[in-house]
Design a protein around this ligand. Sequence first.
Ligand SMILES: Cc1ncc(COP(=O)(O)O)c(C=O)c1O
Length: 453
Amino acid sequence: MKETKILLAEKDIPTQWYNIQADLPEPLPATLHPITLQPCGPDDLLPIFPMALIMQEVSQERWIDIPEEVRQIWKMWRPTPLHRAWRWEKALDTPAHIYYKWEGVSPPGSHKPNTAVAQAYYNKMEGQTRLATETGAGQWGSALAFGCNLFGMECKVYMVRISYEQKPYRKSMMQAWGAEVVPSPSPDTSYGRKLLAEDPECTGSLGIAISEAVEDAVTHDGTKYSLGSVVNHVLLHQTVIGLEAKKQFEMAGEYPDMMIGCIGGGSSFAGFSLPFVRDKIVEDKEIRFIAVEPEACPSVTRGLYAFDWGDTAKTGPVVKMHTLGHTFVPPPIHAGGLRYHGMAPIICHLHRLGIMEARAEHQTAVFAAAVSFAKAEGLIPAPEPAHAIKVTMDEALKCRETGEEKVIAFLLCGHGHFDMAAYDEFFAGTLQDYEYPEEKIRAAQKELPVVSL
Ligand SMILES: Cc1ncc(COP(=O)(O)O)c(C=O)c1O
């Protein structure tokens, strides 16, 4: 009988994370202090992160133990299934074998709680009682609210104002798990008050919300800041996805020719692909990795590869990444989770080394692909992974032309149940495509820090 879901048992949940830093052909560039612009030491990061996560950030160990308490909580939804998209393959009339790893089965509906639970755990172990964070689409905020609640911690979420207005039920979800949610910019921080005084209608950005959450963490006792993507320790936690997928591909008797995922900060695609990237680096396996971003926020395909601040107020660390500039205020595209000005340094480094490819897609084509997938497979994707679906569809249609039976694996990292307003706009024909203007990228270049190492 043809299997549709390739399932692992709870005992198969990995016991260690995979750290790509041990296998990189060249080390990652240093993380810099936001003011001195010199390499950061652990003590520089301690006001915002707990020591255990700082050590993971710089660790060169290949395998890092996953705390048993975290694995026990993950059992609420992990291991997640790997699906064979039989029905979509038939609808596309392609000889390609399409697989997707489905992370939308978690309580908040995405991959984000994989790291939220781990971060809440390490903070709790070091005596913190409260976490502050930003959220764009609301997926990360709900994941951290969920994680904090499990460990009896308070959670404060600065939610980008445009998402707060577009997606009010994400806010209610965070409240159900006990978090306090405010639209960002907010009157709760001095940076938020400054921005509101300059422009009371400011729609916000992830860079602004990060600045508010960092300020909150350093001005409240017992509070640290928690980030849902971009930094190395978050990508490390997400490798649980790819480690499970490896076992599942073994069970299916296949190995992917290409892996595809969306990138906002890069954590889900890194988590899915890094254990396979190791095969390419260490064993010279033939496999392609395609990271997909929106044309409206094209950090890797059109941004500059340079040192930049991760937040708008320039209070967070400076990293080398593809950036549209820390002053970037995004156009109102619906993939709220893909509207960040920068990108995970690990993804950018792999792109520079020629190991990872990147593509940008327009949102109307992305929604059309999502609907094609939903009609065949039943699941309604979030707008973010719908970007991966678009490229998967393109590659599967290429196989139809060439007759090749390629194995294509993509990450379906979240459901779109809170994104139906965006689907409505697509069905009404009012969804607009937007190309990020070249002159804005050139203007952002002038705002970058001048770094001399
Ligand atoms: C469902 C979903 N997918 C993807 C992303 C993008 O983040 P990342 O690239 O870190 O996975 C987000 C971010 O909010 C998200 O909510």
